[in-house]
Design a protein around this ligand. Sequence first.
Ligand SMILES: Cc1cc2nc3c(=O)[nH]c(=O)nc-3n(C[C@H](O)[C@H](O)[C@H](O)COP(=O)(O)OP(=O)(O)OC[C@H]3O[C@@H](n4cnc5c(N)ncnc54)[C@H](O)[C@@H]3O)c2cc1C
Length: 400
Amino acid sequence: MRTVAVVGASLAGLSAARSLRKQGYDGRLVVIGDELHRPYDRPPLSKEFLAGTLGEADLSLETDDEDLRAEWLLGTRATGLDRTERAVRLADGREVRADGIVIATGAAARTLPGSEGLAGVHTLRTLDDARALRDELARGGRLVVIGGGFIGAEVASTAYTLGLDATVVEAAPTPLAGPLGARMGGIVSALHVDHGVRLLCGVEVKRLSGDERSEMGVPPDGVRGRVDAVLLEDGRSIPADIVVVGVGARPCVEWLDGSGVDLDNGVKCGPDGRTSLAGVVAVGDCANWYDPRAGAHRRVEHWTGARERPDAAIATLLAGGAVEPGVPRPPYFWSDQYGVKIQFAGHAAAADSVTIEAGAADDRDVLAVYRRAGVPVAVLGMNQPRLFTRWRKQLAAASS
Ligand SMILES: Cc1cc2nc3c(=O)[nH]c(=O)nc-3n(C[C@H](O)[C@H](O)[C@H](O)COP(=O)(O)OP(=O)(O)OC[C@H]3O[C@@H](n4cnc5c(N)ncnc54)[C@H](O)[C@@H]3O)c2cc1C
């Protein structure tokens, strides 16, 4: 292999570039990323960076002395993949021909239709998003977070530490029921109420108010008014100076339309990141890997998967697909909210029972084990790092 192109210059792309060099690839390495920034870490964007306790320099994912001998094409969007020419097409008209291609284009924040261009309305995915939101939070005011998932919950928690008045609006009856199950989702999301943050569940947002022209869509100049309230389907109006839309993320794979790469909730991959095209692998948040344990494809949007899985994908790429894929560790993520470290590994949806093995739900220091037919399939910790680590190891051993 003489040239490998990595598309996406964030955690999964950087990890893939590192794996290539670590696994002995000595050829040309081109890393293409549409953001202007060098790879940076996203988890602090909703936590320490937003709170102002970490600066931009602290977010770098690269070490000072790191030299991957890569050509970095930053601020450059990939617009297509040409399977016949084996080339990545770029928005500026150039193309990069490559024998191996790593797709690592991650995910983008979903938006609320009709909220475009309305001042005071934010999503949070990139460093630029976080800078804009941090500046607004610093001015204070009433924050409404739409969506009680992890990012929404972390923003509410950070806003609380900054002294803002915060409300979380969640369409489902219980926040986090998808990733954690209804019972534990209820316990974790009670952290909002513990801290005086209003939590409104089971209600949809009708629209944002603050712009009389909003009914007519975005004006030609793109500039609209400023949000002043979130209107709910049940008729309530929640006053807002700042709104954060935290309604999930979608995989960034539009650029692969028509390329021959199978797309289904991201890039459909085997258990080692191989795609439907030879010489093309996918990693990170955009990749929907086959999980042999679950017998199904799962796209996980977690830091640890984006960091660890590229090793297997690069081994597959360099071996031309001729390696036996191992079983990846169960997915793992963490979240920090209101001073509580939340850790989760495995798949809650696979469980038929959940038991609290240590701690107490009311104290928010719980270790809960999810089982199916008596076999652990997932584990949740709230401020239980030691026990959690032990259980996570057991879970990995049980499922390998
Ligand atoms: C605010 C926030 C907080 C988080 N907190 C946690 C946490 O506490 N714990 C946890 O486990 N996970 C957390 N995550 C998730 C974690 O950060 C992601 O799983 C991880 O960033 C995924 O890395 P990635 O490289 O796959 O994708 P991304 O980080 O999304 O990077 C993809 C890159 O590709 C670029 N790109 C997209 N399309 C193109 C294109 N066509 N051409 C070129 N470049 C393109 C994107 O702009 C981006 O730079 C958090 C995420 C966010 C946003």
